[in-house]
Design a protein. Structure first.
Length: 141
């Protein structure tokens, strides 16, 4: 039980840090940089989802964790589809091969914030236990 609470608390603390990234993204002046920063914050939130469900986060170098989020947290599947659809554009903007408008960047910042709120609800739901904790408990029983 203590392991479960500690893991959940750690994820919620990490979510606070992800929310700070969203705020930082909001403050970036250049629309393209703001778009990329908002998307990166959403990827960090996806990392929390994967850590909660599998015990492992997004592997280093993986920019698009959305297929895994949809697989391991189908409740967040619509969000995963949305951010997967923005991944290609984020990559192009990050490479300087496309530009984001102010509206696109602002919208993505708001969407990243909404996603963080949904991840927080998802993490806090009563009875929510990371699947990997079941395996730890089964091994110790």
């Amino acid at each position: 039980m203590d392991t479960e609470r500690t893991a959940a608390d750690r994820l919620l603390v990490d979510l606070t840090q992800v929310r700070a990234l969203v705020v930082e993204a909001e403050l970036v002046e250049a629309a393209g940089h703001r778009y990329v920063a908002a998307h990166q914050a959403a990827v960090r939130a996806a990392d929390l989802v994967l850590r909660a469900r599998t015990g492992r986060g997004v592997a280093p170098g993986v920019i698009d964790p959305w297929v895994l989020v949809a697989r391991y947290a189908p409740e967040l599947g619509e969000w995963a589809s949305f951010f997967a659809a923005t991944s290609v554009r984020r990559r192009l903007i990050g490479q300087g091969r496309a530009h984001a408008t102010t509206r696109e960047a602002d919208d993505l910042v708001r969407d990243a914030e909404r996603f963080c709120t949904e991840v927080e609800r998802w993490l806090r739901r009563s009875g929510r236990r990371p699947r990997w904790l079941h395996a730890v408990e089964d091994d110790t029983a």
